[in-house]
Design a protein around this ligand. Structure first.
Ligand code: OXD
Ligand code: MN
Length: 595
């Protein structure tokens, strides 16, 4: 336990509110975790999978109404609405505490409250921060054990006087009408109630490591970003690091764990994964930008993950993994999901819990796994995990890459002119909806820096913070790029093969960072000369390559001016809080396009 009076006082207050029957401190010791797992299996909260084929793996099924993050029930409770900004939901803090206290009152009656101390980041790193989550869910405890460094180690790092992020979670009765995910950035506090699903309840992840941490970063001069971190090793054994931010369904985990094409592998190129979702970035003593992955595991989307699409992610799930809402193969108690292979199990339990013939069920269009079903896998299982994953200093970043799914607008890759322009490129990031989701196809959705659902304060002030960081970094700033793996030809076919071949684009990016290759200056920034992207062994002709890199000024002007989805309309909602540099960049883009 701890002598930290701030912890003990807060714990007493929270106990008085939720009134648990017992309180159990989570130590992180294996014997305690084994006991909890046993108890969860006994109550049905977890299902034991085949311990020979999937050692240490368990299954969890959520309520049918509790399968994803709930953005419309997620709130940023800053003292004023303006501090939260126009794209966050807001409640005045004292009103939120009062409303939620009524819901939490006695919510753990007859239950055990687990006290989960955890570290976001590596033990002892100056980058790292401590949180404590109080929860009535063993599923949460076991997931936090994979996603964070959890238990006594965190109390040790906290010490007798350290500060921590106060996280209160009660699954209560999983009532969607009273579900709230609420953040109080000025109090470093998160309250989550009436959900038992990953992103809403593993409070170290989106809630702390992005929403609360982005606000901390603004106050303290660092950045919390929705970015993967990967290392590219060249044949001389030198490794350069890249951070990349993409909206969901644009292949972040796949890029983080990329396997280079055969001809590059043969030359000695390798890719190393440092993180697949979140990056905390600070300016190091050498003046460069350094990144650390605050997480210890991957909370990945299962459907679509296969040996072909992401061998390394699949390998990561073979032991000590928790599966949520995938399908079970009852013949051997293993797991299955759409896209794993073409062989759905006959004797299956689908994600809602019904026994079905999986072959017939899927042939009729049924989904055995929920589209947002997940694996929680330890990062150390990943075959390409970076040797720097546990480095308390993090890794120095050469390039920042933004991206989205744009059928026509964005070229395969372009480089911003400088940090200010790069901030504008991130701020105007967008992605088009796909047929996979309900609703119209090809609708542009703005998702600045892929942080739309995760920024813990006014997005306009967040852009201002990016600009401040750029000023501090000066000429040591990473170069900023934009990629688009999803450009389509006139017959609606993807023009670029994607997956491992994206490595070819990463190599151009790194060459640009080292001034080893030229580029064409265009209205939107620097675009590669087509012959500078290596297409050896690819079934792509020079004409396609050229098309992948063309910029159609008319399409771009529409992207600026569309009254609903355009950049101008998007910026307008931030009023005079929009940094003048962003308005300047918009004017420059417009002028360039009209030239
Ligand atoms: C995630 C997300 O789960 O971005 O990582 O939604
Ligand atoms: Mn994410």
């Amino acid at each position: 336990m701890t002598k930290n009076q701030k912890v003990l006082t807060w714990l007493e207050e929270m106990k008085a509110l939720v009134k648990p029957e017992n309180v159990v401190w989570i130590t992180g010791e294996q014997a305690q975790l084994d006991e909890l797992t046993k108890e969860a299996v006994k109550t049905g909260e977890m299902i034991e999978l085949n311990q020979e084929k999937l050692p240490g793996c368990y299954y969890h099924r959520t309520a049918e109404n509790d399968v994803a993050r709930v953005e419309d029930r997620t709130f940023i409770c800053t003292p004023t609405r303006e501090e939260a900004g126009p794209i966050n939901n807001w409640i005045e803090p004292s009103e939120a505490y009062a409303m939620l206290s009524k819901l939490y009152d006695g919510s753990m009656k007859g239950r055990t409250m687990y006290v989960v101390p955890y570290i976001m980041g590596v033990y002892g790193s100056p980058f790292s921060k401590v949180g404590i989550e109080l929860t009535d869910s063993i599923y949460v405890v076991l997931n936090m054990n994979i996603m964070t460094r959890m238990g006594n180690i965190a109390l040790d790092m906290l010490g007798d006087d350290g500060d921590f992020v106060k996280c209160l979670h009660s699954k209560k009765d999983v009532n969607p009408d009273e579900r709230y995910i609420v953040h109080f950035p000025q109090d470093n506090t998160i309250w989550s109630i009436n959900s038992a699903y990953g992103g809403n309840v593993l409070l170290g992840k989106k809630c702390f490591a992005l929403r609360i941490a982005s606000a901390m970063g603004k106050r303290e001069g660092w950045m919390a970003e929705h970015m993967l971190i990967l290392g590219v090793e060249n044949p001389k054994g030198e490794v350069k690091y890249i951070c990349a931010a993409f909206p969901s369904a644009c292949g972040k985990t796949n890029l983080a764990m990329l396997i280079p094409p055969e001809y590059l592998k043969n030359k000695g190129y390798k890719v190393w994964t440092v993180g697949d979702d979140i990056s905390w970035l600070r300016i190091g003593e050498d003046g460069r930008l350094w990144a650390m992955n605050p997480e210890a595991g991957f909370f990945g989307v299962a459907p679509g993950t296969s040996e072909k699409t992401n061998f390394n992610a699949l390998e990561s799930t073979k032991k000590n993994t928790i599966f949520t809402n995938v399908a079970i193969n009852n013949d051997d108690m293993t797991v299955w999901w759409e896209g794993l292979d073409k062989n759905p199990p006959e004797n299956a339990t689908e994600w809602k819990g019904s026994k079905v013939n999986g072959k017939e069920y899927t042939a009729e269009g049924g989904k055995l796994a929920h589209p947002n079903s997940r694996f929680t896998a330890p990062a150390k299982n990943c075959p390409c995990i970076s040797s720097e994953f546990e480095n308390p200093k993090g890794v120095p970043i050469s390039a920042i890459v933004f991206g989205g799914r744009r059928a026509k607008c964005a070229p395969l890759v372009y480089q911003s002119r400088d940090w200010q322009h790069g901030t504008f490129v991130g701020a105007t990031m967008a992605s088009e909806t796909t047929a996979a989701a309900a609703g119209a196809v090809g609708v542009v959705r703005r998702d600045p820096m892929a942080m739309k659902p995760f920024v813990g304060y006014n997005m306009a002030d967040y852009w201002g913070h990016w600009l401040e960081m750029g000023k501090k970094l000066g000429d040591k700033a990473p170069k900023i790029f934009h990629v688009n793996w999803f450009r389509k030809d006139e017959n609606d076919n993807f023009m670029w093969p994607g997956f491992g071949d994206n490595m070819r684009v990463l190599l151009w990016i790194l060459d640009r960072c080292e001034n080893k290759v030229g580029a064409k200056e265009t209205a939107i920034g620097y675009v590669p000369n087509p012959s500078d992207i290596d297409i050896e062994g690819l079934d792509i002709d020079a004409k396609t390559m050229e098309e992948l890199l063309t910029i159609d000024n008319k399409t771009w002007l529409e992207d600026v001016e569309d009254p609903n989805t355009g950049i101008k309309a998007y910026f307008a909602q931030f009023g005079d809080r929009l940094p003048k540099e962003m308005a300047e960049e918009l004017a420059k883009l417009e002028a360039n396009l009209k030239k």
